[in-house]
Design a binder for this molecule. Sequence first.
Ligand code: GLN
Length: 276
Amino acid sequence: MTYRELYLDLKHQAIMAEKEESAVTILFLETAQFTYKDLIINYDSNIPNDIYVKIMQRFTAYIKDNIPVQYILGYTYFYGIKIKVNTAVLIPRPETEILVEKALGCLEERINPKIIDIGCGSGAIALALKKNLPCADITAVDISPLAIETAQANAVELKLNICFMVSDLFSNVVSKFDVIVSNPPYLAGEYEAESLVRNNEPPIALYAPDKGLYYYYKILTEAPHYLNNPGLILLEIPTNKAEDIMAILAQFGLENKSTIEKDLNNQNRILIIKYD
Ligand code: GLN
């Protein structure tokens, strides 16, 4: 069988099963260790049997077992770096890259900022920041020891030096930082998650009480104890609740210090608060 035959057949099957064609492309290319250009060049070559078997196993895991491609592969890409993932951590999303981009934009002038990532999961945000700001002093915490283990493994793999710690928000944090970043859990309940997310990703990283807003109250309440002045907070927010977020900011008297940035789909996504 040629690459062309299998690729087109699997894409067709994905469409029939109402699954993502793009997921099939990722599985196919990553398993064959091809770029898209390699695939086109090799379109009419026969697929080696070991590659064929592996593609089929992974395709079945995606289509029949409803497992996200990133967990099937065991990694994903985030802000240009390869991040190992497993079911103990949320799969880093492309929209979260905007948080990294905005943080880097805000920190252009700073030589060695002290940054903390709250609820770091796989470590994606902290690792992307460290990669692009080698002099930054970065701490990353998560309530889940398994998440911290994964994040630590990523840091070792990427040779990036970050201080990891198991901590329920700030519970084990003792020092102050110039910047707090977080992509906290913010879904109000399972009804806000699509089945691929609901059935696979860790609930502790997805859901939050108070309509999904609990961690915004919590972080804004505690932040002043852990933030230097001037200081900066960047938080990913649920795009459908920007108004609730604005109401929370008003409660904390932060509405004039805050801006909300949009993601690539033009959705409100990143909250930036500048304390001065
Ligand atoms: N962004 C996640 C989702 O879209 C929700 C949880 C989070 O990232 N904080 O499923």
